[in-house]
Design a binder for this molecule. Structure first.
Ligand code: ARG
Length: 607
């Protein structure tokens, strides 16, 4: 309907000298201002030498004439000029009703098309990289945010017709492995060696402890007065460097084997976390979990070096190879230079990213849209990386994005100090489940996950989050559990009506109830809200829509009898519209459930 109005509006304004592409429709903030609004008169009036209101009035008159000759005849109740020159469109009750049923049909559509909300992304391929935790390190709350946001964007893009590749870019390489290898060799026996670590209850924790121990011990030795200890510290650091070089060469089977064990242990741990979160990287769907290690071979790195050299981008700087931006003169730098090769010739984070992105273009084609969801602490790095890739001609504007997320802050200090400095995600999930089981013992995991995910997705990803259990679990405010509950409640209304012999049906008269009218009109915004969320890569657009939607339903539910036994006997005052109200309630539940699914949130059967 929205698209049809845009078409007619375009036809209206073109003869007035206004380009069709400048015509857009927005949703008014205030429902009293109608269903759609356009600022086309305000943006074009000056150029045409008119006052915005004058131009708007002219457009409205012409629009009315065209509409009456179109398929929209009888479906638009009013077109009015408002404020400084807005044009507001209000649909008739009949149009609203018809369109609400359309949504319901689409959501419950034929098998195969089910789940598809729009096809604005048809023909476009996007690779979204997210989660990307590090091997033998804790899965941090930063990785949690990346997982939640990335998974939701992938769901939204795929529901709007894009072909989506989900990629988990595991951090399984880098100098930290050298340190870990030294630590395992030196102190691993305390835990029964590698075998003992493998069999222990929490192997990753031991690996992390060993890694931390390496740093602590080296720091103590470096600080000591004893020259012998100072030398020993230096030796350990050198040894770690040598080990990571040997690992990279692949020439020592024992070192490679230890590394492989660490990878397997970590992958096992990550798989458990993804399962709890309802997130998956499914090869059958075309998803990949390729670690950085995949990109360290000369076979992958050399083409990157060649490409950089071909464009004369690789410059020597203190033994390393770097890319400059704008100028080699520090005063004229657009960005600080990016190191792509260390002086010892080993690869670095950036080299592996360039190799990964070249591999992705070669695998998925040059039109690929490539997104990394990674914390804001890597903002500068991603600017450098994307700028380099743009200079290489790999991507054009809009095709290469870094979506950043802010930090987690802990209001309740307890969570961060209980087990040392590291915040273990498993502990957060356990705590969430404990709290959620007070809300819903049968589906505690689903409620816990909803609380954590919604708390993240309701805000712009770049914002920091203050971790506040009460806010997350709030059953009356803007929380995941509140939305789950709203959906379950709506389903219960439909079930109860069914028990009374009233089933959803819109063929009868549409009852004239303001709360119902508002709810239906808001339901109409669903498709475009999802499209907008996809086009702007912002799940919070959907999250906020769902909160408003649920609150409209909840006032309808609180103030209007939807269906009770009087509706059947005809004794009640609301009887005529019961079937209609039940139908809208059902569409509401369907839309809410689908919207939550786009956020990666499941709705329990009962609550
Ligand atoms: N593993 C990295 C980390 O934990 C994130 C990887 C981000 N992705 C990338 N292509 N660099 O910090």
């Amino acid at each position: 309907m929205k698209d049809e109005i845009i078409k007619i509006l375009q036809k209206t304004v073109e003869p007035l000298g206004i380009a069709a592409i400048s015509v857009a429709l927005d949703f008014p903030e205030n429902a009293e201002h109608g269903d759609y609004t356009s600022n086309v008169a305000m943006t074009n009036a000056k150029r045409l030498g008119l006052k915005p209101v004058e131009l708007a009035t002219k457009i409205v008159a012409d629009f009315d004439k065209l509409v009456n000759k179109s398929s929209l005849k009888g479906l638009i109740k009013s077109v009015a000029v408002a404020g400084p020159g807005f044009i507001n469109f209000t649909l008739t009750a009949e149009a609203v009703s018809k369109n609400v049923q359309e949504i319901s049909k689409e959501l419950n559509g034929s098998e195969g098309s089910k789940g598809q909300i729009s096809n604005i992304g048809a023909g476009k391929k996007v690779l979204i990289e997210y989660s990307s935790p590090n091997i033998a390190k804790p899965f941090t709350v930063g990785h949690l945010r990346s997982t939640i946001i990335g998974d939701s964007i992938a769901r939204i893009l795929s529901a709007t017709g894009y072909s989506v590749i989900r990629d988990n870019h595991l951090g399984d390489w880098g100098t930290q492995f050298g340190k870990l290898l030294v630590a395992i060799e030196k102190w691993g026996d305390e835990f029964g060696g590698l075998d003992g670590i493998k069999k222990s209850e929490n192997p990753i924790k031991i690996l992390v402890d060993l890694y931390v121990k390496f740093h602590d011990e080296v720091a103590i030795m470096e600080d000591s007065e004893d020259e012998k200890l100072k030398t020993e510290a230096e030796e350990l650091v050198t040894l770690a460097r040598v080990k990571s070089k040997i690992l990279e060469s692949g020439k020592d089977p024992i070192i490679s084997e230890i590394w492989k064990v660490c990878v397997d242990l970590s992958m096992h741990e990550f798989a458990l976390i993804y399962k709890r979160l309802g997130v998956s990287f499914d090869p059958k769907r075309g998803d990949t979990q390729i670690g950085e290690s995949f990109f360290v071979t000369p076979y992958k790195i050399n083409p990157v070096r060649d490409a950089l050299n071909a464009k004369n981008l690789l410059k020597d700087s203190e033994g390393a190879k770097v890319v400059f931006f704008g100028s080699e003169d520090p005063k004229l730098w657009k960005l600080p230079p990016l190191i792509v090769e260390k002086s010892d010739g080993t690869s670095i984070y950036a080299t592996r990213d360039l190799a990964a992105d070249l591999y992705r273009i070669n695998t998925y084609g040059k039109g690929l849209i490539l997104i990394n969801e990674v914390g804001a602490e890597q903002n500068l790095y991603f600017k450098q990386l994307i700028e380099t890739e743009t200079m290489l001609g790999w991507f054009t504007k809009g095709q290469r994005l870094h979506i950043a997320h802010g930090l987690y802050r802990f209001k309740d200090g307890k969570m961060s100090t209980r087990k040392g400095k590291v915040i273990w995600l498993g502990d957060i999930l356990d705590e969430a489940v404990t709290r959620a089981s007070k809300i819903n013992a049968d589906s505690a995991n689903d409620v816990a996950v909803a609380a954590i995910k919604f708390n993240d997705l309701k805000r712009d990803s770049i914002q920091d989050i203050v971790f506040d259990w009460d806010e997350m679990m709030n059953m009356t405010g803007d929380s995941g559990p509140y939305l789950q509950y709203s959906c379950v409640r709506a389903r219960a209304v439909v079930e109860k009506a069914k028990g009374l012999g009233i089933s959803a049906d819109t063929s009868g008269a549409r009852p004239n109830i303001p709360q119902l009218d508002l709810l239906e009109r808001y339901l109409l915004r669903f498709t475009h809200t999802v499209e907008f969320a996809g086009a702007s890569y912002k799940p919070n657009v959907i999250a906020n829509y769902l909160i408003n939607l649920a609150s409209l339903f909840n006032s309808f539910y609180a103030q209007v009898t939807i269906a009770d036994k009087d509706s059947v006997t005809g004794a009640g005052s609301q009887d005529s519209g019961a079937a209609y109200k039940v139908a809208v309630t059902q569409v509401f539940a369907d839309v809410l459930e689908r919207g939550l699914d786009l956020l990666g949130i499941k709705v329990p059967e009962k609550m």
